[in-house]
Design a protein. Structure first.
Ligand SMILES: Cc1cc2nc3c(=O)[nH]c(=O)nc-3n(C[C@H](O)[C@H](O)[C@H](O)COP(=O)(O)OP(=O)(O)OC[C@H]3O[C@@H](n4cnc5c(N)ncnc54)[C@H](O)[C@@H]3O)c2cc1C
Ligand SMILES: Cc1cc2nc3c(=O)[nH]c(=O)nc-3n(C[C@H](O)[C@H](O)[C@H](O)COP(=O)(O)OP(=O)(O)OC[C@H]3O[C@@H](n4cnc5c(N)ncnc54)[C@H](O)[C@@H]3O)c2cc1C
Ligand SMILES: Cc1cc2nc3c(=O)[nH]c(=O)nc-3n(C[C@H](O)[C@H](O)[C@H](O)COP(=O)(O)O)c2cc1C
Ligand SMILES: Cc1cc2nc3c(=O)[nH]c(=O)nc-3n(C[C@H](O)[C@H](O)[C@H](O)COP(=O)(O)O)c2cc1C
Ligand code: FES
Ligand code: FES
Lengths: 263, 301, 301, 263
């Protein structure tokens, strides 16, 4: 793996996928190091806000050297990003984080579960598993608020897709676990990203069906590179690096074996 | 052109250091910055045993800076000796170990363990962390307590010590004098200023600990003022920090009286900041025809 | 929807005030803002006789704020009574006169002269100005001195008094308690934090007075923390200020424990700030379904 | 006079007049209230700097509603302004200050003296005096560092122009007072703007030739509207507003009768 860098990337395109959900493509050498489940830090140009915004990699093209990110407008930083137009430059920090352990999928029945803004990083994972992995089977369950099921058309290319919506407008009415049960989805390995309550549900479901679960966590970050100890999560055992029951989400994660976490 | 400075008998190739807790043990930023270019690496605070730190959220962004309440999570001094110090020994830079504790004995235990580590050039004693309930800042807000603990640590320390002062005091000059009187070899300041942020939509504190330490460019004017006041109150050297983002800022601290300068939160904004400061100071000296960096120290009076 | 708050028996149509010294006597900003919309106009500090203030430069811009060392230039209380108070009487807003002095007698003289001015609803006593050599902050950094002067002023004042606290102290809670114990009807905070800026090319201080008071968004987290600490230490109402730029900021202060809020340096960035804060608070209350603004005070704990 | 306002103005054009000297034209209703010697506050959009930059009005067109300002790139704010392109919007505060008392020129021999970045506001003054004033005669002396004598071609339209340059490349070698002496310029009224040492020289020269001098001062400002008392100058007599020997440059000035100042 190459060194992490802070560099300027060029905006290639940006469009809106759903209400408040943006799809941004960047030209950058960092794409060469990208893997599914990793993330970058994006710096607002507004000089009163100084910290990078952690955003997952949704897709990457190593030959074209492009990164794709899909994000929700959540505050001042993302609101600024939403204004970017082709040709604009943006400072980014990357490639950050460990990413999903795709090798664990080899020969296994894989289930990918995403919820809300946890959906985007799983698209890159599904593509990688389909194109370069050796998974025996790929099922996917994506949860949305309503009929704005962004990215679902793209997921369908990589396996069987189930959808859950809170308002029941598409697929199962309810959450992703409801959809798993309704469709009696079996799996050996689960990869997941989404809000913490959903991840807890995923970990419990994995136990039920005796699958391994690898889940991607979120926390407030400052450095993004493992130095500040801002972004920790609780681990069951003493962590190798910290020597206490804390792991750094930005470097030891964001993807963890659910069995190793105190959720 | 001489860029080296001397602090209590230790020579630094340049005055630029990393602020404790913002640079890990150097390992994390070695990917970005050649550590050989830095005057010193100051490590994250280390205690006699591992500390788990505070619950999350531990950091929050604010205008021109951030709040943090890490709570001094650290792997303990033994791990530092086995893992971090050997890593740092390979670089041609000075190493300052930042020490924390809850009681005087805690500090002394760390200092004793580091005594025969020749890869440790100085000790920075953090008696000013606002984010731990006991110890820490209690020593840093009362001149008498500061005097006592400084004296005790000085009795044990083999390396020269730097007492790191809290800005959350009425008189920084008085604190500086207490540290000097007790035999501290140098002082560093400022640690973070206690702050708070409330999320008005979630109606919660942005930091689980309720309060956190404010750092970043927002605090620079307060830090420069305190460095000025402290350096005018004592004869021992002062290491200045608080919001340094570039060489101009670092030079401002030196003109105010700092012999060394440290980059903290701005490492998070730009991991190359320390290096840019080193190079920017050299450029400034060339442009201004300054041949010895020591001529800058306290030059505005 | 009720937006009115009560501070020591005085009813304000809303909690939004101007911070002393940043709004003149209201006249200058009346061109921009309808003063009738404000909870109160707090005037520039006034002494018993005219004061010339400090030499220039008196202001300097810094990251996210500014430094000032005006040195309490003012035309004296007689001019205020003849010129400024009659102007303010025409508006349907409360008037708080900010009082400064070098000795206890100075303060008392002003308070006495204002005693039978019925256009003055409260007095804010500035014992926290960092920019004058004598008096001022000396009272504001020592709880005993604060107690004594508060008591003396309280003996003379006909209007309820607000002691304005300095953030340049180790314990704001202790200062708040001293003011309360001496009978202050309310407290306001924070005044500016002492800071310094050095021009590294001219090699001079950016402010002729060397140090100046830091204000603006940069200090907001410190101000919110101090309002929280002070309001938890006393029962009297707290007026919060320090970097308020919009309604969100004002609400943050109220959730931390402030009954009133004041806009200072951000008037210079946007002369409509006070009005925007008033309107933004109303919008927030509507959106959040809050019918009484008093439900916000100290609601995050 | 209308009320002061903070409003958004549109950039019409921007060009460079000399090394580091920019000529910016703005479309704004504020132009209707503009007079020579007044100024506006321009707000940087960089959110880490909050105070308006005071910049004098160099010209105005009340029918077209345009303002012209000419400024030197001196720091971060002006560096940002220099990047503005037609169509960009910029927040401005105005109209500020008293301006030159053009009525004092009526029937008089007028001398206009400018130095460095004090030159621009005098162009609007010269134009006003020529087009709408009743001055008996207009002479002008402008001081520059070198042969980059920005705006001098435009001054020539309004009267006799003398130039002084520090390096002697154009006109008198020396300062503006050297040029006045060399050309034995007589006057009843002097209007001037420039650095403080030059203004002191102007005041002394006015005494010598028994002329009245009106000079425009500079000081660090915060509010720009007379509220903060940041921008004072020392007056000989007690000032009417402040009741001490201080006048506010932003509202009582920037133009003062030199006799009333403690220079
Ligand atoms: C590893 C990781 C991957 C992420 N991937 C994505 C993604 O692919 N798409 C997406 O839309 N969002 C993602 N997020 C969340 C995203 O980081 C926040 O929505 C974003 O930082 C909000 O920034 P803002 O300036 O708009 O909001 P503000 O609220 O103005 O931000 C203020 C501060 O809080 C931080 N912050 C706010 N919300 C969050 C959050 N949920 N998590 C972490 N920090 C936060 C910001 O980074 C900033 O420092 C991810 C978060 C993490 C930790
Ligand atoms: C009444 C008045 C009229 C002016 N007219 C012109 C003009 O027509 N053309 C022109 O080029 N310049 C003019 N100036 C000077 C101009 O205001 C400064 O050059 C400008 O503010 C520099 O801003 P900056 O952000 O580029 O510099 P920085 O140094 O980054 O500014 C930092 C702070 O200092 C202030 N500041 C810096 N220099 C000055 C200065 N010389 N005077 C006042 N404040 C300063 C800024 O406004 C800002 O608040 C005038 C000043 C005044 C007071
Ligand atoms: C995330 C973080 C962790 C910190 N940890 C420590 C620490 O362990 N020991 C210490 O003495 N100071 C610690 N500090 C304080 C910094 O070393 C420095 O004094 C302060 O942040 C001001 O500098 P800055 O504004 O450049 O960040 C920490 C600061 C931050 C932001
Ligand atoms: C230019 C200026 C002048 C001030 N003058 C006074 C004063 O006369 N009396 C006083 O009590 N506070 C004075 N203050 C302090 C403010 O009232 C306020 O407490 C402080 O600026 C913090 O609020 P802010 O960050 O919103 O400006 C002054 C502040 C500024 C910026
Ligand atoms: S964000 Fe700094 S350690 Fe993870
Ligand atoms: S700038 Fe505020 S009074 Fe002139």
């Amino acid at each position: 793996m190459s060194k992490k860098k802070k560099i300027s990337a060029e905006v290639i395109s940006q469009s809106s996928l759903a209400e408040g959900i943006m799809d941004l493509r960047l030209k950058t050498d960092l794409a060469e190091d990208a893997g599914p489940g990793q993330f970058i830090g994006i710096y607002p140009s507004n000089r009163s806000t100084l910290l990078p915004r952690p955003i997952s990699i949704c897709g990457y093209d190593k030959t074209e050297k492009t990164l794709r990110i899909v994000y929700r407008i959540a505050g001042s930083g993302t609101a600024e990003f939403a204004l970017y137009r082709p040709g604009d430059c943006v400072d980014i920090l990357g490639i950050l984080g460990n990413g999903f352990p795709v090798d664990k999928a080899s020969g296994k029945k894989v289930l990918i579960i995403g919820g809300g803004i946890g959906v985007p990083p799983l698209l890159g994972l599904a593509k990688e598993l389909k194109e370069n992995g050796c998974a025996a089977e790929i099922s996917m369950v994506m949860g949305y608020r309503n009929s704005e099921t962004f990215l679902s058309d793209e997921f369908e290319k990589y396996g069987k897709l189930y959808i859950a919506t809170e308002d029941g407008s598409v697929g199962t009415k309810g959450n992703v676990i409801d959809a798993c049960r309704e469709n009696k989805i079996e799996a050996d390995v689960i990869f997941s990203c989404g809000p913490m309550p959903m991840l807890r549900g995923v970990a419990a479901y994995a136990k039920e069906i005796s699958a391994k679960a690898y889940i991607s966590l979120e926390e407030r970050m400052a450095c993004g590179v493992g130095a500040c100890l801002g972004c920790i999560c609780k681990t069951k055992n003493v962590d190798d690096h910290s020597h206490v029951n804390n792991a750094r989400i930005c470097t030891d994660g964001p993807v963890f074996d659910a069995d190793e976490l105190e959720l | 052109m001489n860029t080296s400075v001397n602090i209590s008998g230790v020579t630094f190739k340049n005055p630029v250091m990393t602020a404790s807790g913002t640079f890990g043990s150097g390992m994390e930023y070695a990917e970005f910055v050649d550590l050989n270019r830095l005057g010193a690496v100051v490590t994250k605070g280390v205690a006699s045993v591992p500390w788990p730190g505070n619950p999350t959220p531990r950091v929050a962004e604010v205008y021109g800076g951030m709040l943090n309440a890490i709570g001094l999570q650290n792997p303990g001094v033994d791990v530092m000796i086995e893992r971090d110090l050997p890593f740092l020994k390979d670089f041609d830079t000075k190493v300052i170990v930042n020490v924390c504790g809850k009681s005087t004995q805690d500090y002394v235990d760390v200092v004793d363990k580091l005594a025969d580590q020749d890869g440790v050039h100085m000790l920075e004693i953090n008696v000013s962390c606002p984010n731990v309930k006991e110890g820490g800042i209690a020593f840093g807000q009362d001149p008498k307590a500061l005097f006592e603990i400084t004296k005790e640590i000085k009795n044990h320390a083999k390396q020269p010590i730097i007492m790191k002062l809290s800005p959350n005091v009425t008189s920084i000059a008085e604190m500086a004098k207490a540290a000097e009187a007790a035999g501290s070899d140098a002082i560093s300041l400022i640690n973070t200023i206690t702050g708070m942020k409330i999320d008005i939509y979630k109606k919660t504190f942005a930091i689980a600990n309720k309060t956190g330490g404010l750092s970043g460019p927002a605090i620079k004017p307060v830090a420069v003022r305190m460095v000025y006041e402290a350096s005018h109150a004592v004869k021992i050297p002062v290491i200045g920090m608080g919001g340094i983002a570039n060489a101009e800022d670092a030079i401002e601290f030196m003109l105010a009286g700092a012999t060394g300068v440290a980059v903290g939160a701005m490492n998070f904004h730009d991991p190359y900041t320390t290096l840019n400061v080193v190079e920017g100071i050299e450029r400034y000296m060339r442009e201004q025809g300054i041949s010895d960096i020591n001529d800058l120290i306290g030059a505005v009076d």
